[in-house]
Design a protein around this ligand. Sequence first.
Ligand code: ZN
Ligand code: ZN
Length: 328
Amino acid sequence: MPMPEPGPQEVVVAVDAATTCGTDLKVYRRGGHPRMLQAPCPFGHEMTGVIRGVGADVAGWREGDAVVVANSASCGVCPACREGRENLCRDLEYLNGAFADAIVVPERFVKRSLYRRPEGLDPEIAALAEPLACVLHGREAVAPARFETALVLGAGPIGLMFARVLASEGRRVAVADVAADRAEMAQPLGASWTIPLCGNGRDVERVRTVVESDGGFDLVVEATGVPAAWRTAMGSARIGGTVLLFGGCAPGTEVALDTHWLHYSEMTVTGAYHHRPATFEQALELLAETDHGLETMIQDRGDLASVEPILGRMERREILKGVITPRQ
Ligand SMILES: [Zn+2]
Ligand SMILES: [Zn+2]
């Protein structure tokens, strides 16, 4: 494709680093995404780079600025946006095309979704702002919950980031996954327990034995998007506890809910989707601190020709994430 030129309200960003994500893998396997894009088109959505072209009417940005581009931009005027819930914007626009030498950042993104990359922050770490912003949004979704113990189901990048965020608050965190070696990765991030799961319906008993106080975990975070794990999540919380259902299942998925459990035990069940500008900024601040340990989830590197093999390695669960650096 020819190198793009920015329109009057646009900027062109030369991509320094774009990390691969489970969503990219889904897009690749399914040939599209119901909300984010329609193939054929460029894809990749976790990105950082340097501004290489600035539209004539753009204020506040210049060539050479190092930036992180969020992959969505809200309208700013709908009821959800006015409430500060921009992730639920009625007219949320998505930006894909990070697996490329350069990307055109449309007007709305220039105004609402472009962030300065903190000085000295390694580009491949800066690209993690998007998934971390989603995790911080999920954390806020359960902000009213009182908890000491937390269980995270799923030790993918999202689950591990949750473990890191919750452990850094001083909570005792357990991370469970069918792949024992993945769960183990949570230990250096601050997890108190790691639990290998079997995925056969006995997992609730298995995780509940971990917390001495028989009743289950104060908070359970589901981060797999697998219906069986949604059930395990709801079975693993204590009376009066909170369950955050974070992993998106396929459209039309239904999961049974025990009404007695919900009513008599006063469980709180909540969902969380995507990120907001406030949590995107927080994510960049957190990544700019050096001791977050999140660099361990980048386990492969390559140029644009490596997108497909890296997604293949993710599909075989050999790696958590890869980073694409188009200009090597
Ligand atoms: Zn992502
Ligand atoms: Zn809106």
